[in-house]
Design a protein around this ligand. Structure first.
Ligand SMILES: Nc1nc2c(c(=O)[nH]1)N[C@H]1C(S)=C(S)[C@@H](COP(=O)(O)O)O[C@H]1N2
Ligand SMILES: [Mo]
Length: 322
């Protein structure tokens, strides 16, 4: 065969950045950011600008919800979080923030369908204006070991369910990202199962922590974060927090997530954070907060056990930490 199909392990080698490469790259990156700011151009300006003319800009900053922040650690600088991203639609490395600016986020429609009484298609601005926006400071733990703290703005995922009125037999919420390889060159990498998809149980979706994000750092969401609508599930590894969502489908069958399709032994459906359960190829005991050169202990459920541990009672035999 002339066509070389990438094997699962090759893709996942790519997915994780070895620690020393990561540290050096970030050192380089911070140098580059510094230089750009000194030069008064480049990374700083473009990365931090809200979408010009965003029709919902007047809604930010949203009121802070005091139940979610301040945290045990500082908010990560926006210049770091907005220039070091995972968004495989644009490339399988971290420097995608410029490429992501090509994503048109208006007009943008969101479809809600499947096992619901009220299937519907909503214009993103109509949806955002219907919703009670608030700001929450959340931890984020990538399965690769880096972490960050971000002030997201948005509304509870449960609000989407309320809008659509699920049928009693609905058990999972499946979410899907846009698909357009002309804009997102990463989607030309045909060995990935595009579009990116993720899913949670209805009970997880109804937990108050499950948050749909429309903004960050007091502004409409920058494209590299997954504008105009992304998920934040802070007790799970970061890959569950799907970006640039176009569709929610309620279903009675458990969907197979994007990374689960690629390598189910390493990136499972549940993916709850647990420092004591190692990834098959590295320990998850500690994490490296972006912008630091050190590590801090990783927390069970990423520190959100009080709110979510009860979701996973009586699940013997299922690997809820993988
Ligand atoms: N559509 C889509 N969503 C995605 C990803 C992706 O590649 N594509 N990467 C995931 C991973 S692995 C992480 S850690 C977070 C990164 O979010 P950030 O770039 O805003 O830090 O987005 C998640 N959501
Ligand atoms: Mo991640």
């Amino acid at each position: 065969m002339l066509i070389k199909i990438k094997q699962g392990w090759e893709i996942s080698e790519n997915f994780v950045t070895p620690e020393h490469v990561f540290a050096n790259r970030r050192q380089f990156m911070q140098g580059a950011i510094g230089a750009a700011i000194v030069a008064g151009a480049g990374v700083g300006g473009a990365a931090l600008a809200a979408e010009p003319g965003d029709p919902t800009a007047d809604l930010y900053p949203a009121d802070a919800n005091p139940a979610y922040g301040p945290l045990d650690r500082p908010v990560t600088a926006e210049k770091l979080t907005s220039t070091y991203n995972n968004f495989y639609e644009f490339a399988s490395h971290k420097q995608i923030w410029q490429a992501a600016q090509a994503l048109p986020t208006r007009p943008w429609e969101v479809r809600i369908d499947g096992l619901v009484k009220k299937p519907q298609t909503l214009d993103i601005d109509t949806l955002i204006r219907k919703m009670p926006l608030e700001e929450r400071i959340y931890r984020h733990r990538c399965v690769e070991r880096w972490s960050m703290v971000v002030p997201w703005s948005g509304f509870a995922l449960a609000e989407i369910l309320k809008l659509a009125d699920p049928e009693p037999e609905a058990r999972y919420v499946r979410m899907e990202t846009f698909k357009n390889a002309d804009i997102a060159a990463g989607q030309k990498q045909f060995w990935y199962p595009w579009p990116y998809q993720e899913a949670v149980t209805i009970e997880e979706a109804q937990n108050d922590l499950a948050f749909l994000v429309t903004g960050a750092y007091g502004k409409p969401l920058a494209k590299q974060f997954g504008a105009p609508l992304r998920l934040a599930l802070p007790w799970k590894y970061g890959f569950k927090s799907i970006k640039s969502i176009v569709r929610f489908t309620l279903t009675d069958k458990r969907p197979v997530s994007f990374w689960e399709q690629i390598n189910a032994d390493e990136y499972g459906f549940w993916a709850n954070v647990n420092p004591e359960v190692a990834h098959p190829r590295w320990s998850q005991a500690v994490e490296e907060p972006l912008g630091t050169r050190g590590t801090v202990p990783t927390l069970l459920y990423n520190g959100y056990g009080e709110q979510v541990a009860s979701l996973y009672k009586n699940m013997n035999g299922q690997n809820i930490f993988m």
